[in-house]
Design a binder for this molecule. Structure first.
Ligand SMILES: NC(=O)c1ccc[n+]([C@@H]2O[C@H](COP(=O)([O-])OP(=O)(O)OC[C@H]3O[C@@H](n4cnc5c(N)ncnc54)[C@H](O)[C@@H]3O)[C@@H](O)[C@H]2O)c1
Length: 352
């Protein structure tokens, strides 16, 4: 087992290893003066891991409550949020009790937002079960729900009290979700750790979960500690996300986040080479590793549509956008560009 301590506005431990779910109750107990544990999970994950969590919680003499919603991004909305907080209230949860997110990033985001707002904030513990949630969404305190007009438009910064990454839960993760998580892991290597990047090229992530997740969490910790509220440096985590978000949006969210980020990384890295920010060959090396994880590289959406989707309702004249531009494998810079210049990057990145 590995432990990474995050020292943000709240100090908490992220534990990573096999078999941790069994002892989750003893971790949760540390934050639960009131004796009630309110677990939120989705309909895929709860039948797999709900019983083990319940037993572990009850073994500590705590009262277990559950709320299970239909799996998928479509559930990360205000109606499900409303049901969660109504159920918290119905269960008589106080500020001395604990909410637990058992699941992927959707569960973590909506539970975190419910915990941030119910009774003006109660403690919550993240038990991520998807690779993406292990390496990204469960750490750092960004919580949110989607609106009909856009993803993650309502949310709060609310740090968890603990994060428990039980790598055994990844055994049941569908292959496509594994690959989506790998896209974010490749992103970490690409933006800040050449050694990690080369390790991913040499050994499949699934052969070394504990070390790979730990390294990504350490990198996320460093960024979060430096810029918890995303006023600058934290933006490096958005490598591949500007064009990635456009792809998600233009596809009506039928292309999953991880795949969209893979294509977005490929576009911006090609552009970085073409425009002289990165040496020749960096784009080819990234493409090789993305392909190794069965991730896509290209999109048919036009440069114009992609830029329009990225800029959204922002002023198109005089506005600017911060791009994360790779300068080598394991290195990147933040570059503020006028929105008029974004199309130049899109075209240099191979879009038509
Ligand atoms: N808060 C943040 O900092 C942050 C960062 C990145 C992404 N996100 C958010 O995370 C979400 C995406 O997360 P995700 O990819 O984990 O989505 P998800 O929670 O929908 O999980 C993906 C699918 O895998 C299933 N699943 C999860 N764990 C499983 C397991 N162990 N066994 C079997 N099935 C399992 C889920 O039921 C779901 O069908 C998006 O909403 C995104 O906006 C948030």
């Amino acid at each position: 087992m590995k432990t990474v301590t995050v020292n943000a506005s709240k100090k908490y431990d992220v534990t990573i290893g096999a078999g941790l779910l069994e002892n989750a109750g003893s971790v949760i107990k540390n934050y639960c003066r009131g004796g009630k544990v309110f677990t939120v999970s989705d309909a895929n994950v709860f039948p797999l891991y709900g019983k083990a969590l319940k037993e572990s919680v009850e073994k500590q003499g705590l009262e277990f409550h559950e709320f299970v919603f239909a799996a998928g991004e479509e559930s990360k909305n205000i109606n499900v949020f409303s049901e969660i907080v109504e159920n918290m209230c119905g269960a008589g949860l106080t500020r001395g009790d604990v909410a637990v997110a058992l699941g992927g990033g959707v569960t973590g985001d909506i539970t975190g937002f419910a915990a941030a707002t119910y009774r003006r904030g109660i403690p919550f513990v993240q038990i991520p079960t998807s690779l993406l949630a292990d390496v990204d969404s469960s750490v750092g305190g960004k919580t949110a729900i989607d609106l009909a007009n856009g993803k993650n438009q309502v949310g709060a910064f609310w740090q968890p009290s603990a994060v428990i990454c039980d790598t055994d839960t990844l055994k049941t993760l569908p292959e496509e979700e594994y690959e989506n998580g790998c896209a974010e892991i490749i992103k970490y290597g690409m933006l800040g750790d050449r050694k990690l990047f080369e390790a991913l090229a040499a050994t499949p992530v699934k052969n070394d979960y504990e070390n790979v997740i730990t390294r990504c969490v350490e990198m996320k910790r460093d960024v979060v500690e430096a810029d918890e509220f995303e006023s600058g440096e934290r933006m490096v985590l958005n490598l591949g996300h500007t064009f990635g978000h456009s792809i998600e949006k233009l596809s009506g969210y039928t292309i999953p986040h991880g795949r969209a980020v893979a294509i977005g990384m490929n576009i911006i890295t090609k552009a970085a080479v073409e425009l002289g920010f990165a040496p020749k060959g960096v784009d080819g090396r990234l493409a090789e590793v993305l392909k190794k994880y069965s991730l896509p590289l290209e999109t048919d959406f036009s440069a114009k549509d992609m830029v329009k989707a990225a800029v959204g309702d922002k002023k198109t004249v005089g506005g600017s956008i911060t791009l994360v531009v790779p300068t080598d494998i394991g290195k990147c810079i933040l570059k503020k560009v006028p929105v008029e210049e974004l199309e130049r990057f899109a075209l240099a990145g191979g879009l038509k």
